[in-house]
Write a new protein. Structure first.
Length: 178
């Protein structure tokens, strides 16, 4: 299902388990935030096609964290630059995903975006503020629910600080990972 969030932003949600994928169309860039799980690959391509976009048209993919339900379709976007807060290739920790090169999130140069590191759910979580829209990955969800912190890669001791940071940000629309 496609839901228009703003004139430049669409949310793509799926029947199968996996993250919501956000498409942001700037003047000169087509950007995805997260890519969902493998089970959603065909649906993702079909939904993008409904928006008159082919996988080769995507310029950038930003990954909020490395859980499989957010990253498994990165290989569909072979012409896109991939950004995340990772030190290694994805499949070293997630064998269901092919090796891809992750550009450090610090090198992302999109003036309309402000990126914040928000460890808690995982050590590499990031959130993205675009205008009045906050893309929160699995750090915070609607109704104040927060991401799980019981995974081996979680940092429960840092979640409180990340949530405090989010509380200082000005946004009207929350776009979580699920």
């Amino acid at each position: 299902m496609i839901k228009k969030i703003s004139p430049e932003v669409n949310a793509i949600d799926f029947n199968n388990y996996g993250s919501i994928v956000y498409l942001i169309q700037l003047k000169d860039k087509k950007i995805l935030i997260d890519t969902s799980s493998k089970e959603n690959s065909k649906s993702l391509v079909q939904y993008l096609k409904q928006l008159n976009i082919l996988p080769k048209d995507i310029d950038l993919v930003i990954l909020t964290h490395a859980h499989y339900d957010h990253i498994e379709n990165v290989n569909l976007f072979s012409k896109a630059e991939i950004y995340g807060n990772f030190k290694e290739s994805i499949n070293e920790n997630h064998s269901r995903t092919p090796v891809i090169n992750i550009n450090p999130i610090e090198k992302l140069n999109i003036k309309e975006f402000t990126i914040y590191k928000t460890p808690g759910h995982t050590k590499e979580d990031i959130i993205i503020l675009y205008k009045n829209i906050l893309f929160s990955g699995d750090v915070i969800f609607h109704d104040g629910y927060t991401g799980r912190t019981d995974f081996p890669e979680s940092m429960p001791e840092r979640m409180k600080d990340s949530l405090k940071l989010i509380g200082t940000l000005k946004f009207d629309i929350l776009c979580p990972g699920h």
